[in-house]
Design a protein around this ligand. Structure first.
Ligand SMILES: [Zn+2]
Length: 283
C-alpha cells in the first residue's frame, strides 16, 4: 500500500512537459523564458493619443514567453508570422524586423511545438497570433468573446484569420463571463480578463518563486506614456471599448498594487532591453 502511495506520488510530481529537464535537469522551480518575436518599427504615437515627446522610442518590442511549470508548459503569444515576414531581416510595409523564428528559439531550449501543453495569447492581432497554427496541438485557453470574434458570430467579414485558423479545431478551454482563469490551479499562473483592446483581451499574472509576482499586460498599454498620461488609443476613444480599456487598466493597477507585482508592458522596447532573454530565464 505504501509502495503504491509512493508510486502515485512519483507520478503526480513527475514533470509533465518534455524539454531540457527531460534530459536530466528537473525543473524544481517554475521558469519564465522570454523570446524576441519581432521588432515593430516606427509606430505612430498619435495612434495611442500621445505626442511625439511623450514617447522615448518609436519602435516596439514584440516578445513571446514560455512558462515552464511542474504540471506542463504554457506559451504566451506567438509573435509575427514567420512566413509573411520571412525572417530575413524585414517584411511588411512597416519593415518590421524578425531575427529568429519562435520555433527555433524554443528548439534552442529543448522544446518542440508538440511539447507545449497550453497556448494563451493576450488577443488575436497579428503580432500576437502570427504563428499560432504551429501550436494547435496545445490546449488553447481563450476568453469566449475573443473566440467568438475570431471564428464565431461576431467575426467581422474582413478579418483574416488564416494565421490562427488551426486553433478552431484545437482542444480549447473557453473562459465564460469575463472570469479570470487559474491555469495550473495553484495560483501561480492566472489569466486575467482585461477586455477593451479586443473583446476578449487578457493579461497574465505570474507568481515566480524567486522573482516574485509580475503581470504581462498584453496590449492594455503599448507605449509606457499611455500609462503615465492615461491616454486611450484613438480608435477606442468615446467607444465602449475605450471604457472597457480604462476599467481593465484599473483592474490591473489594483492587482499590481495588492500583490506588489512588476508590470511588464510587452511592447515597451526600452524596458524590455533590460529583461533576460532565452536561453536565460526568470524563476
Ligand atoms: Zn500588439
Amino acid at each position: 500500500m505504501l509502495r503504491l502511495f509512493l508510486l502515485l506520488l512519483a507520478f503526480v510530481f513527475a514533470p509533465a512537459a518534455t524539454g531540457p529537464h527531460a534530459q536530466g535537469q528537473p525543473v524544481t522551480n517554475m521558469r519564465l523564458y522570454m523570446f524576441d518575436c519581432a521588432t515593430l518599427k516606427n509606430r505612430d504615437p498619435g495612434t495611442y493619443s500621445l505626442a511625439r515627446d511623450q514617447v522615448q522610442a518609436l519602435d516596439m518590442s514584440d516578445p513571446c514567453f514560455l512558462v515552464v511549470h511542474r504540471q506542463g508548459t504554457l506559451l504566451w503569444e506567438t509573435g509575427l508570422n514567420d512566413g509573411v515576414y520571412n525572417r530575413t531581416g524585414g517584411g511588411g510595409a512597416r519593415h518590421d524586423i524578425i531575427g529568429q523564428s519562435l520555433k527555433s528559439q524554443l528548439a534552442e531550449i529543448g522544446y518542440k511545438p508538440t511539447d507545449i501543453t497550453y497556448l494563451a495569447m493576450s488577443h488575436h492581432h497579428g503580432d500576437h497570433s502570427g504563428n499560432a497554427n504551429d501550436y494547435a496541438s496545445a490546449t488553447w485557453i481563450v476568453q469566449k468573446a475573443e473566440r467568438e470574434y475570431m471564428f464565431g458570430a461576431t467575426k467581422p467579414p474582413t478579418l483574416n484569420n488564416d494565421e490562427y485558423i488551426a486553433l478552431k479545431d484545437s482542444k480549447t478551454i473557453v473562459i465564460e463571463g469575463e472570469k479570470d482563469y487559474d491555469v495550473f490551479h495553484d495560483g501561480t499562473v492566472i489569466l486575467i480578463a482585461t477586455p477593451g483592446h479586443t473583446p476578449g483581451h487578457q493579461s497574465m499574472y505570474l507568481k515566480l518563486p524567486k522573482t516574485g509576482s509580475l503581470v504581462l499586460a498584453g496590449d492594455l498599454w503599448h507605449f509606457p506614456g499611455e500609462r503615465t498620461f492615461h491616454t486611450i488609443p484613438k480608435v477606442d476613444m468615446g467607444k465602449p471599448s475605450g471604457v472597457q480599456t480604462a476599467a481593465s487598466r484599473a483592474k490591473i493597477e489594483a492587482l499590481v498594487k495588492k500583490t506588489g507585482s512588476q508590470l511588464w508592458i510587452q511592447h515597451d522596447i526600452i524596458s524590455n532591453l533590460n529583461l533576460k532573454k532565452s536561453p536565460l530565464y526568470y524563476e
